[in-house]
Design a binder for this molecule. Structure first.
Ligand SMILES: Cc1ncc(COP(=O)(O)O)c(C=O)c1O
Length: 446
């Protein structure tokens, strides 16, 4: 049996019922919106693109633990390398040397050469939020400005700075945020005014970005945060001209271009390592997390030597970032990413899936748009294709129905009406067919 062949889950239980776990969770965890689905799902095992509930039922994981599992749940090479390292030496504070840190940094930097050959200085964090927080600190030190522009509908994480950069009311608690963040419109072509075509709307968005800088900042900014294709906000996929135009505007005002690649990095958009490469823009700072560790906590900030020099000699530290275990996990991810040619797979299977979902949209009255690139796909649900009124209640029903058919997908968007399909990068065409069949049957059964 090949290592990656699928096995039925071992009976490592006995497991509590989902109800019992839900009650215990309710008792001890902060009362925030919790598990999805009208009947919560309990997952106790993962193998590659599949997960299993406590009864051993298998589901195709087309949401990858929120776009996080990149090479596959518990990929055998990943498990072996991580276990070996944990058995040997797990935690090394930055006070002492360990070769895994610079070696992995060298490998990651080599992957970013095509995006910007000057990206040569790394720092490792525990999460995407922390990476975005540090990127802001670096940009402020380098530019001497504290003002940023972010995009409406964006999501950059949960620290105070990351929340301040997030352009969605439902992710903002009412409190004083970090000062100095202004917002520019997303290049959300599906919801553009009828009076403009896509090209005019894109030019308008770039103009509005510059207007936001002129009207709401001192005119000299520290940087612009961009998700190359947005994630939580509903997979809003810009026109190819948007980011090159935005880049020029940012540069006219002294800002750094910060690509938040937490979801789009590690080949998810197909063929390119970073999502921003799809748009031909050279980022000054890149932040990554999620897929880098295939579920093991890691974030990364990568910038140029020139920019990094701005924090030279200043203290900055985190306890866990860059640990030998983190580096082993992330190196194993890169091994598999290369040996299994996963960004090509994301391109091939993603293109196939996008095509099939596009056809499904033509047949169904409730899918207003299918968009994305590679294995970063969104389906915007509407009550009526003409009025485009969002249909968040349909999204909930379809998620439930797909789960009953053994396929897990996610949702997002400001109105909660965008289905998100972001599977592990190892899925096959047969899996893609299973996603389309589950969606098609679920919509037919509404
Ligand atoms: C684009 C983007 N940036 C930042 C984050 C925050 O990452 P983390 O949850 O690891 O803090 C996320 C998380 O979903 C994200 O999608």
């Amino acid at each position: 049996m090949k290592e990656t062949e699928l096995m039925e889950p071992a009976a490592t239980g006995p497991w509590p019922s989902p109800d019992e776990t839900a009650k215990l969770r309710e008792r001890y965890i902060l009362p925030l919106p919790g598990p999805m689905y009208s009947k919560p799902l309990q997952i106790v095992k993962g193998r590659m693109q599949y997960v299993f509930d406590e009864t051993g039922r298998r589901y195709l994981d087309a949401f990858a633990g929120v776009a996080t599992v990149s090479i596959g749940h518990s990929h055998p090479h990943f498990v072996r390398k991580l276990s070996e390292q944990i058995g040997e030496y797990l935690h090394n504070p930055a006070l002492y040397l360990h070769p895994s840190l610079p070696r992995y940094a060298e490998r990651l930097i080599a992957k970013l050469k095509t995006a910007n050959p000057a990206l040569e200085a790394c720092f490792f964090t525990n999460s995407g939020s922390e990476a975005n927080e540090l990127a802001a600190l670096i940009a402020k030190n380098f530019t001497g400005s504290h003002e940023f522009v972010a995009m409406r509908h964006s999501y950059h994480g949960r620290t105070l700075m990351a929340m301040a950069l997030t352009g969605q009311a439902n992710w903002r608690h009412s409190m004083p945020y970090v000062y100095g963040v202004s917002f520019a419109p997303a290049n959300y072509v599906y919801r553009k005014p009828d009076s403009m075509d896509a090209r005019q709307f894109t030019q308008w968005c770039v103009g509005e970005l510059e207007d936001a800088i002129n009207a709401s900042t001192s005119g000299k900014i520290a940087g612009f945060y961009a998700e190359p294709i947005n994630g939580v906000g509903g997979v809003i996929t810009p026109e190819p001209e948007y980011f090159p135009g935005a880049y020029e505007a940012i540069k006219r005002h002294g800002g750094l271009f910060i690509a938040d690649e937490v979801q789009t990095g590690l080949g998810r958009t197909g063929r390119k390592f970073l999502g921003i490469e799809q748009w031909g823009v050279k980022p000054d700072i890149v932040t990554m997390a999620k897929g880098l560790g295939n579920g093991y906590p890691i974030g990364a900030v990568v910038t140029t030597r020139e920019i990094a020099a701005a924090v030279k000699g200043k203290l900055h530290y985190n306890t866990f970032g860059g640990s030998p275990a983190q580096m082993a996990a992330a190196s194993a991810v890169l091994d598999v990413f290369d040996s299994e040619n996963l960004s090509e797979n994301a391109h091939q299977v993603g293109g196939y899936l996008l095509g099939a979902l596009g056809k499904l949209a033509e047949r169904s009255g409730c899918i207003g748009e299918v968009r994305g690139k590679g294995l970063m796909i969104g389906l915007e649900l509407v009550k009526d294709k003409k009025s485009k009124e969002p249909a968040p209640e349909l999204a909930l029903k379809i998620l439930d129905a797909c789960k009953e058919r053994g396929v897990l997908i996610g949702k997002g968007g400001m109105a909660g009406n965008v289905l998100r399909v972001k599977p592990p990068l190892c899925i096959t065409r047969q899996d893609a067919d299973a996603v389309v069949a589950a969606l098609s049957e679920s919509i037919a059964g509404l």
